[in-house]
Design a protein around this ligand. Structure first.
Ligand code: RB5
Length: 153
């Protein structure tokens, strides 16, 4: 699939466990000139992560946004919720190699990060790799197709 272009919009959301890291990522997106839509939360008050995951994934499956970033305390709850949505391939990652290879091999469209796991330096490098890396296709397309076929069972 074609990579993220200047015409594409990135969806981003968090719960209270990811609020500070989400703000750091948004600053980085602004510095890079990347268009984004923020689906909350908009302060540090407790919020249920599945609600935010659904807003971000709806924006992707509707075509409004191309890729998404979800941040909670660990990245795991967001990834569990996001992967329940047809068409979503969400990857919870904690380092750069995985953020790159989940685009290359899995064509992931949502990156899930843990605000209580990693700092903004690592997170923003991961965001860059996720946005800038193309899906490799080929033998990986067949495997991604097999994963997506599970949704239709
Ligand atoms: C909230 O305390 C926390 O459970 C949430 O941010 C996330 O880590 C869930 O997976």
């Amino acid at each position: 699939m074609a990579n993220f272009t200047e015409n594409d919009v990135l969806a981003i959301g968090c719960d209270h466990g990811g609020y500070e890291l989400k703000n750091a990522i948004i600053s980085h997106l602004v510095d890079r000139g990347i268009a984004y839509k923020d689906f909350g939360c908009f302060d540090g008050a407790a919020v249920d992560y599945p609600e935010i995951a659904l807003k971000v994934t709806d924006a992707i499956t509707s075509g409004e946004c191309k890729l998404g970033i979800l941040v909670c305390g660990t990245g795991i709850g967001m990834s569990l919720a996001a992967n329940k949505v047809n068409g979503i391939r969400a990857a919870a990652c904690s380092e750069q190699f995985s953020a790159k290879y989940t685009r290359l091999h899995n064509d992931s469209n949502v990156l899930c990060l843990g605000g209580r796991v990693i700092g903004p330096g690592v997170a923003n490098e991961m965001v860059d790799l996720f946005i800038d890396t193309d899906f490799e296709g080929g033998r990986h397309q067949r495997r991604v197709d097999m994963v997506m076929a599970i949704e239709k069972k």
